[in-house]
Design a protein around this ligand. Structure first.
Ligand code: PGA
Length: 251
């Protein structure tokens, strides 16, 4: 089953509007060289409009870094899927490890966000991953299974393209420590099996699973050669035009 590779840049709480414009313009140029893959960038909310005006009509997709499940209401500090669609977003990152571990978002909350994204027509980039402590205690697969089952609880899909999963071991995020390609492949293949348990075979086989955690120009090629790695969710290296261009143009 063909899954189009997806390279996604998570800019986190970085870039002012002008920096965002310039970075987005560089991403557009790089993405145009490799039409066989998809590229998404998730700037901070304040730069969504500026980035949208740079990428409009280019095929580069706009992503948000989170999404609330309600369309509107008294939810200070939150943003709805309808609002994100309105500004041009096609995807939203949900359950990022910083949301889980720094801001205490629960599996149940993340599940609501996944559903909210889908309801408003956004593709959730649903993130999961174990901490170092959990890996060292041999709990990785159990943690991944719990996160998948909680996050995707009663999430119905009619097409595998409606969902993206990102495996991001917490110990590899922003640390410069990447999972080896074998560790990543092992986790991805396990996640693929979980998805096959939850969804019809042809739907599960179409869901893209990204790897994230210190993806860099010098490890992207080997990661992308793994059978069950369908792309990357890139933080730090997505903030530098040259390194993100190289990642987009992986071989
Ligand atoms: P990193 O971040 O590439 O800086 O490790 C990845 C992420 O948090 O999505």
């Amino acid at each position: 089953m063909d899954r189009k590779p997806l390279i996604a840049g998570n800019w986190k709480m970085h870039t002012n509007i002008e920096e965002a414009r310039q970075l987005a313009a560089a991403v557009v140029k790089a993405a145009a060289r490799v039409p066989d893959r998809e590229v998404m960038i998730a700037p901070p909310y304040t730069a969504l409009a500026a980035v949208e005006s740079v990428i409009a009509g280019t095929g580069v997709m706009l992503g948000a870094q989170n999404v609330h499940w309600e369309g509107k209401g008294a939810f200070t500090g939150e943003i709805s899927g309808i609002m994100l669609r309105d500004i041009g977003c096609g995807m939203a990152i949900v359950g990022h490890s910083e949301r889980r571990h720094v801001f205490g978002e629960s599996g149940r909350m993340i599940n609501r966000r996944v559903k909210g994204a889908l309801q408003s027509g956004l593709i959730p980039v649903f993130c999961i991953g174990e901490t170092l402590e959990q890996r060292e205690a041999g709990q990785t697969m159990q943690v991944l299974e719990n996160q998948v089952r909680a996050g995707l609880d009663s999430v119905a899909l009619t097409d595998g393209g409606q969902l993206v999963v990102a495996y991001e071991p917490v110990w590899a995020i922003g640390t410069g420590k990447t999972a080896t390609e074998a560790q990543a492949q092992e986790a991805h293949s396990f996640i693929r099996g979980l998805l096959a348990d939850l969804y019809e075979k042809n739907i599960a086989a179409q869901i893209r699973i990204l790897y994230g955690g210190s993806v860099k120009p010098d490890n992207i090629d080997i990661l992308m050669q793994q059978n069950d790695i369908d792309g990357a969710l890139v933080g730090g290296a997505a903030l530098n035009a040259e390194s993100f261009e190289r990642i987009i143009c992986f071989q």
